[in-house]
Design a protein around this ligand. Structure first.
Ligand SMILES: C[S@@+](CC[C@H](N)C(=O)[O-])C[C@H]1O[C@@H](n2cnc3c(N)ncnc32)[C@H](O)[C@@H]1O
Length: 267
């Protein structure tokens, strides 16, 4: 089931297109649904699609998709929904993890947390939370500062293929990106950042990306021409294309393995 927020944006016509798709399931047809703007929370569908496409071409049999900042788990509900579709298209199993504090935004540390825009305690989980509706996600509660290092010690998760970052703050995003230090990941991990708008390059999620790039040999980079390519399809949503990045692990064993860009393969 889609989340409540997504259902509000899911028009009758688009529901019909999605129902018809179920009679004609294919990689190409699902990609068209995304590109034509027929699906709600299209950026989640797209990030999942792109990472699963890469993973299956590199012969991975399972991958992990992670959301940082889940609040009441609506994003995870939509990820679960799309995971069911994507597993039918690509020969791959998908694990979903969510990291969330549960107490709302923690106390900001300094100006880098964009205190002009966010406040401590905002988005505290209520009894409306959809966590009980989740069927296949594992939600890990606690501050990322503690839960990410704990996760890094684990060896029982599928290789990381995509991160959806929605934690607002610089310091929270900085802690979340440490997950990329784990070896168990794809050579290219797709990253979506929800809160870049009106930020400085030194603050918020954008600041955390720049900080990561200063401290690491691997790099988080914008996808060149991605938003422009998406603009051919997502007329109203070009800005979503600008929120996608790739983490490049240049020295990964599979970094140089040839694969096909889904945009060329499916259009
Ligand atoms: C914008 S909300 C997430 C919304 C959610 N992705 C959705 O689509 O409904 C941001 C969430 O990040 C969480 N968060 C921010 N910093 C955190 C941290 N350091 N550790 C754990 N959770 C954090 C907050 O508790 C809040 O619920």
């Amino acid at each position: 089931m889609f989340s409540n927020s997504s259902q509000k944006y899911f028009s009758l016509l688009n529901r019909l297109k999605y129902s018809l798709y179920k009679f004609n399931i294919s990689e190409r047809n699902f990609f068209k649904l995304i590109l034509n703007g027929s699906l709600p929370r299209p950026h989640y569908a797209l990030g999942l699609f792109l990472s699963a496409s890469l993973a299956s071409q590199l012969n991975y049999k399972k991958i992990s998709i992670i959301e940082f900042g889940c609040w009441e788990c609506e994003g995870l509900m939509d990820l679960e929904h799309y995971t069911n579709d994507i597993e039918k298209i690509f020969d791959i199993k998908i694990e979903i993890y969510g990291f969330e504090g549960g107490e709302g935004l923690p106390a900001p540390k300094d100006y880098k947390d964009r205190v002009y825009q966010f406040t401590e305690g905002e988005m505290k989980i209520s009894n409306r939370s959809f966590v009980k509706n989740l069927k296949r996600s594992q939600v890990i509660y606690g501050d990322f500062k503690k839960t990410v290092p704990e996760f890094l010690k684990r060896k029982d998760f599928a290789p990381i293929a995509a991160l959806f970052n929605d934690a607002d703050y610089f310091f929270s995003t900085q802690d979340s990106l440490k997950i990329l230090n784990h070896k168990n990941k794809l050579p290219k991990v797709f990253l979506y950042f929800d809160d870049l708008n009106f930020s400085s390059s030194q603050t918020g999620e954008l600041g955390a990306i720049n900080d990561f790039n200063i401290k690491n040999k691997s790099k988080i980079e914008k996808i060149p021409e991605f938003a422009e390519t998406m603009s051919l399809f997502w007329k109203k949503w070009i800005f979503l294309g600008k929120r996608f990045f790739i983490h490049h692990d240049f020295h990964h064993d599979l970094y140089n393995t040839r694969y096909h860009n889904p945009f060329y393969k499916n259009l």
